[in-house]
Ligand binder design. Structure first.
Ligand code: PMP
Length: 429
């Protein structure tokens, strides 16, 4: 069988670091050669050999309405024909901001940026500037992009590659970053007891998507809100993944816990590079030009990205659309669980709207990063490669969440579950 991916990967390795532009894509955690994709349509991607896969990666979350949705393609093409970037205000920036605000009521003011990393980096600077305090609390296994100060016990690629933090991050930079176990309020309370007057913000992924998929406990988020209020710290939700996925209004709507600041990315760009930071006007107005905290970007609010985001959110916000994709996700997980049970493979599943996780474990529940680490990694690798061979594209790491789009239909479900039945059976032999 010809395999153009192998040839292309060998060539890519001559020119790109590790053959990729983002570490997890290199398949280091699962071995083998990354699949080179040549096109996507709806729920499916096609590799360079013409093999088709049901896609649960969806560019690691952004494609909430599937690949090459006609409304997104048209919006991008139409916008591009009038120019791609101006470095001046355009109407589309306000339009996307209004759309986001209509879905996430905790947001009064927004700053568009170019990635989730930038959103989190700016959130930390703003929280420090606004409160006049230096320390931030983050959680073990939560990932907030490759921000120096936040590359401490981070999830995602950092976990997969087993790098604790990263060389190149000076100790002085992470000195003010405090960490606590996810879903453990006592740990946070202890940090507040020790550093009360110096904690600027608590950053949390309300649905952790970089340690597989682990939703926060309701009482954990409510407790964080209370602790932040008591100690004058800002609560920052990193909804780069959970935004418009955990529910249409993100995790904050699902849990009904309102953060002071929200980091966004992924879905708001519909597959083009975007991030955003939003929150209470009084805090957001601390950013330049209204406030003293500096923040800027040549391509921030880029017209193509705004057009793609507007088209994506407009489609997703139509009545019943997000709910239908979440219901589909529920059927997927029920189907996977039933087939795993039938094959005698212990499996735990988590769902948060259109985000999901599967864990090869017989543990009754998973709430913390250490428990994710204890899952059967060998089984995940076999499952991953088995599904890939069957035409189902999952993230090449047991620490990444899975994603569903509104384009995932009956055919995609049947294909996935038939594949899973054969692959689960092969795991116990
Ligand atoms: N925060 C979270 C929760 C994320 O999942 C990610 C990316 N996976 C980021 C921040 C960083 O976003 P980006 O890759 O766009 O910089």
């Amino acid at each position: 069988m010809s395999n153009r991916s192998e040839t292309l990967f060998a060539e890519a390795n001559e020119h790109l670091v590790g053959g990729v532009n983002s570490a997890v894509r290199a398949f280091r955690a699962v071995g083998g050669t990354p699949v080179f994709i040549q096109r996507g349509e709806g729920a499916w991607v096609e590799d360079v050999d013409g093999k088709r896969y049901v896609d649960y990666v969806l560019s690691y979350g952004p494609l909430a309405i599937g690949h090459a949705h006609p409304a997104v393609v048209a919006a991008i093409a139409e916008t591009a024909a009038s120019g791609t970037s101006f470095g001046a205000p355009t109407e589309k920036e306000t339009a996307l901001a209004q759309l986001v605000k209509s879905l996430m009521p905790s947001i009064e003011r927004i700053r568009m940026v170019n990635s989730g990393t930038e959103a989190c980096m700016s959130a930390v600077r703003l929280a420090r500037g606004y409160t006049g305090r230096d320390r931030v609390i983050k959680f073990r296994g939560n990932y907030h992009g490759h921000v120096d100060a936040l590359l401490v016990e981070a999830g995602s690629g950092v976990l997969t590659l087993g790098i604790p933090g990263s060389p190149g991050v000076p100790a002085a930079v992470t000195e003010t970053t405090l960490t606590a176990p996810f879903n453990d309020l006592d740990g946070v309370a202890a940090l507040f007891a020790e550093y009360s007057n110096d904690i600027a913000a608590v950053l949390v992924e309300p649905v952790a998507g970089n340690m597989n998929c682990v939703p926060a406990r309701q009482d954990f988020l409510e407790g964080l809100r209370k602790l932040c209020d008591e100690h004058g710290a800002l609560l920052v939700f990193d909804e780069v993944m959970s935004g418009f996925r955990a529910s249409l209004g993100g995790a904050q709507a699902h849990y009904n816990v309102m953060p002071d600041l929200t980091c966004l990315g992924k879905v708001i760009g519909g597959g083009l590079p975007v991030g955003a930071l939003g929150g209470r006007a009084e805090i957001m107005d601390y950013l330049a030009p209204t406030g003293p905290v500096y923040q800027a970007g040549t391509l921030s609010g880029n017209p193509l990205a705004m057009a793609s985001g507007i088209a994506t959110l407009t489609e997703l916000a139509k009545p019943g659309v997000h709910a239908a994709a979440a219901a589909w996700t529920e059927r997927l997980l029920a189907g996977l669980k039933a087939r795993a049970d039938a094959a005698g493979v212990p499996l735990l599943t988590h769902q948060a709207g259109t985000m999901f996780g599967v864990f090869f474990t017989d543990a009754p529940s998973i709430e913390r990063f250490e428990q994710v680490e204890q899952c059967n990694a060998e089984r995940f690798v076999k499952f991953f490669h088995g599904m890939l061979a069957e035409g189902v594209y999952l993230a090449p790491s047991a620490f990444e969440a899975g994603f569903v789009s509104t384009a995932h239909d009956e055919a995609a479900l049947a294909h996935t579950l038939d594949a899973a039945e054969r692959v689960f059976a092969s795991l116990t032999v």
